[in-house]
Design a protein around this ligand. Structure first.
Ligand code: G3P
Ligand code: CA
Length: 327
């Protein structure tokens, strides 16, 4: 039977401001298999969960006059960025900030939480998972799926991410073979470096093309691909070289859905996310990143039970005709 992973993208980010403990906690409650922190670093070498090192878009740093002079412009991975950067703040300073919703126009209900939640460290996220595991009493561990963000930039300023990620995983007993961990990056050099440091599964993120999958299989265990790349043929090609296929990102708002699955005219209204996920499951994917983990779990579970039904030996009572007759 397929084992298809539901990966809570930035936590339950459709329902809480992304990359907050409350977002990850809700994702765990909703049954996600993995929680996904994107990781950047502070000036004093602490990993924190943010999608990018520019923190003005998802925190209230702009409302802190004491940090006004920290605003600056720099080139990150070839792109000119202006704002406030994690590497210019100590963790103590980061902890004075509060998270804000990234997509207020699309997720106005999440803005109710603006100003309430802190920016979590990776250690705090691992502790959340560890505490949830303890409550589960030995049942399946919560998976963690960290992404190294801007690894070359951070290495270039003397704040390499890799060892800090692995050390945090080790502190929380997540490095043994079989631990539910995937480490992901868009940067193949970063993954090759990590391959020399750990046996944990690595995932090459791809956005524009699948590229040389055989070459990727030399250093990675899976690919994390944009929906546009996840054709059935692409999934088969990855499986042919033993790469798992995880797809991003599934979001309920019309803004992110194909035209035939939108419901109503508002970009913020929710369309038929169930149908979109079902389409990709039928292509044979091994997991998917979703902003609404409860939807992901429900659709995944229904899909797997449907596949299981198909594999049951036919009996008189399981014949389709009999079922219909009994209604
Ligand atoms: O990591 C999978 C997916 O999250 C990649 O995109 O930009 O949301 O980190 P991003
Ligand atoms: Ca990510």
């Amino acid at each position: 039977m397929p084992n298809i992973l539901v990966i809570a993208h930035r936590g339950a980010s459709g329902e809480r401001p992304e990359h907050t403990i409350e977002s990850y906690r809700l994702a765990i409650e909703e049954g996600a298999d993995y929680i996904e922190p994107d990781l950047v670093m502070t000036r004093d070498g602490v990993l924190i969960a943010r999608h990018e090192n520019e923190i003005g878009g998802t925190t209230d740093v702009a409302q802190h006059p004491e940090f006004a002079t920290r605003r600056r412009t720099q080139i990150i991975d070839g792109e000119t960025m202006t704002g406030w950067f994690s590497e210019d703040f100590t963790i103590a300073e980061i902890k004075t900030l509060r998270a804000r919703e990234r997509l207020p126009a699309l997720r106005p209900q999440n803005c109710a939480f603006d100003g309430q939640f802190t920016v979590p460290t990776f250690d705090e996220i691992m502790q959340l998972a560890t505490d949830a595991n303890r409550r589960r009493g030995g049942a399946r561990k919560i998976g963690v799926y960290p992404e190294t963000k801007h690894p070359a930039h951070f290495a270039g300023i003397g704040l390499p991410l890799e060892l800090a990620v692995l050390n945090a995983l080790q502190r929380h007993d997540y490095v043994a073979d079989g631990s539910p961990v995937f480490i992901q990056s868009f940067d193949p050099r970063n993954l090759r470096q990590l391959r020399g440091m750990t046996r944990l599964p690595l995932v090459q993120l791809l956005e524009h093309e699948l590229g040389d999958l055989g070459e990727i299989a030399n250093y990675a265990d899976g690919i994390g691909i944009a929906k546009s790349l996840a054709s059935a043929e692409g999934v088969r090609a990855a499986h042919a070289v033993n790469l798992k296929v995880h797809v991003w990102t599934f979001r309920a708002e019309n803004e992110f859905l194909p035209d035939d699955l939108k419901v109503g005219d508002s970009p913020a209204a929710h369309g038929d996310l169930d149908a979109e996920i079902q389409r990709f499951l039928s292509r044979g994917i091994d997991g998917f990143f979703v902003d609404f983990p409860a939807v992901g779990v429900r659709v995944r579970d229904a899909y797997i039970s449907g596949v299981q039904d198909l594999h049951q030996p036919l009996t008189e009572t399981s014949l389709p005709g009999k079922r219909l007759h009994g209604r």
